[in-house]
Design a protein around this ligand. Structure first.
Ligand SMILES: N[C@@H](CCC(=O)N[C@@H](CS)C(=O)NCC(=O)O)C(=O)O
Length: 226
């Protein structure tokens, strides 16, 4: 396990989820170190001073500390699901997700920390992106088109967060195609794999293997078509 890349991760972080999705989809094994964002291990800060997760440290010492780059690193080695076909990494969807949508999502999620507006205001602002997603998914089964792509895998953890702020509201919201799309990701064996719970890593411990079980064809191909 010592020669495996080391992935610093936080289970619920949407950036870390997208990175783990790509690593698992590629069938690559890494050593995972589950961290607490409130109490980051010094090794993470030494590897990447900005100390966000995910951070991948390769056996040669090279560090990748952006989630999209971790996805690209994994999928350019092996891409059995064809996630890099379609719009790949230059997708405008991902830019809007990580920019404007994330901005409003954070305010919607933590509206109490932003008392200048009501929760509904932040939700409405975030919904501009949801409407674009819904429009796209009413014409195509996936954001990338006819098949799931990196764009879909990179975005759904953020839509999951949005849906989780007010689950009852989400169930009645005018985004039926987006709900189906999200449910397909959340119900996929690949998502279950990446949401495996790991104990918090502490300095000096070896870390754990991720994925816990080598990916089988079934795990990897769980998300196919609508
Ligand atoms: N642009 C980075 C953003 C990663 C990020 O912000 N992750 C959050 C957790 S979801 C984080 O580590 N925040 C640092 C902190 O909370 O101290 C990426 O795509 O990897």
């Amino acid at each position: 396990m010592n020669d495996l890349p080391v992935l610093y991760s936080f289970r619920r972080c949407p950036y870390a989820i997208r990175a783990r999705m790509a690593v698992a989809a590629a069938g690559i094994e890494v050593t995972i170190r589950e961290v607490l964002l409130k109490d980051k291990p010094p090794e993470l800060i030494v590897a990447s001073a900005k100390a966000t997760v995910p951070v991948l440290v390769l056996p040669d010492g090279h560090v990748i500390d952006e989630s999209l780059e971790v996805m690209g690193w994994a999928l350019t080695q092996r891409d059995p699901l064809g996630w890099l076909s379609g719009e790949g990494m230059s997708s405008g969807w991902i830019q809007t997700c990580d920019g404007e949508f994330k901005y409003w999502l954070d305010r919607y999620k933590y509206a109490g920390r932003h008392p200048e507006h009501a929760t509904e205001h932040y939700r409405r602002e975030a919904e501009a992106f949801l409407r674009q997603i819904e429009d796209r998914l009413s014409g195509f089964p996936w954001l990338g088109g006819e098949a799931p792509s990196m764009t879909d895998a990179a975005l759904f953890p953020f839509v999951r967060q949005f849906a989780g702020v007010e689950p009852a509201w989400w169930q009645g919201a005018p985004y039926p195609s987006t709900r189906i799309w999200l449910a397909q990701w959340l119900d996929s064996p690949l998502f279950s794999t990446v949401m495996t719970k790991y104990p918090r890593w502490a300095s000096g411990q070896p870390g754990a293997r991720f994925p816990t079980e080598p990916c089988t064809a079934e795990t990897v191909h769980g998300v196919t078509t609508q």
